[in-house]
Design a protein around this ligand. Sequence first.
Ligand code: CO8
Length: 372
Amino acid sequence: ASVVISGVGLWTPIHSITNEELVDSYNAWADQFNAKNSDAIAEGEIEAKPLSSAAFIEKASGIKSRYIYSKEGALDINRMRPVLEVRRDDELSDQAEMAIAAAKKALTAANKNANDIDMVIVSCAYTQRSYPAIAIEVQSALGIEGFGFDMLVACSAATFGLQRAVDAIKAGSSKGVLVINPELTSPQVNYMDRDSHFIFGDVATAVVVENSETCQSAHSFDVLSTKCITSYSNNIRSNFGYTTRVTDQDPYSDDMLFHQNGRKVFKEVCPMAAEHIESHLNSQGIQVEDLKRWWLHQANINMNLLISKRLLGRDATIEEAPVVLDEYANTASAGSIIAFAKYHDDLSAGDIGVICSFGAGYSIGSLILRKR
Ligand code: CO8
């Protein structure tokens, strides 16, 4: 018996924002800011806001568009953040709703129902509240008996959650696990910061992990190995948290939202990720050349090209390392799972692929999979 991934689900919001729409809104906001503050800018007391450009965004990141859970307000230059309605305690939370939509698709793909699952992990970059866990809300809504809990590991939340699931199946303590990544990133995006306003999108992904003996899926993968690593860095950070109210900090300040030193992240994380993938493969007696598919974290096209080139000595083809960030942008931990969801059913039995995430923390997580 082995541990298998037997189903994957992808839920995509209906609303999207193109680079052009985003840049038009940001530039109109920046013009308004600069006009309002023209005296202080002339005096050198305030820095003028520089303009953004769709051409820069596509060239620097590979992103052309992003999905957004609630488009209302995000492009309004007098608001610059999405509007979410407050939901009552007896209504489904936004993240649970996203999670359930992806989970149902994963269960269908795995040919499973709620009775086959006894552990629910909601793992993502943010949860919209501390308790009760979103995972327990999802568990209840889906009618699953067992337990659920939330995990936060920024961009590596999906792979780290999957490692927990694989270990639980391996240990025999669970019969079936749902790992769900409802990435509602837009509330934390600073739409007034040209360096980062384009980076993130909203999405939800879900994966079913079980024992090969119970697997009834048309497209399943043996999990040959998992590997997680973290190394502390302040280069990607958000300071908003439950103590913000009592530290009397401004919840709207740049410091409270996603911010990063993008250049440093790029330089430091690429070699770390390449080394991680290579040493993980080699520990299993697998060579980089043996890989049929790289389902990489989707943060930046140039980053993915660099990582695969470092290992292969040439550019990976789009078939080898599929890209979804042109359409989805960076969806925190869900990126590599979106790539997996969209590009796995063409592989043949015995083909090997790797899912690898890298990001804030720093955190890197990988799973080596073999098509059954
Ligand atoms: N339009 C025009 N010009 C711009 C813009 C813009 N929008 N933005 C920046 N510029 C300018 C810069 O100001 C700079 O100007 P100058 O040379 O005069 O200083 C110039 O363009 C070049 O800027 P950069 O050097 O910053 O440009 P890069 O080529 O490095 O590209 C990137 C910037 C795209 C950010 C790139 O560095 C990158 O992708 N780095 C990797 C970052 C990364 O992967 N981060 C991971 C973060 S995600 C994560 O871990 C999950 C966190 C949790 C989720 C959070 C959800 C909200």
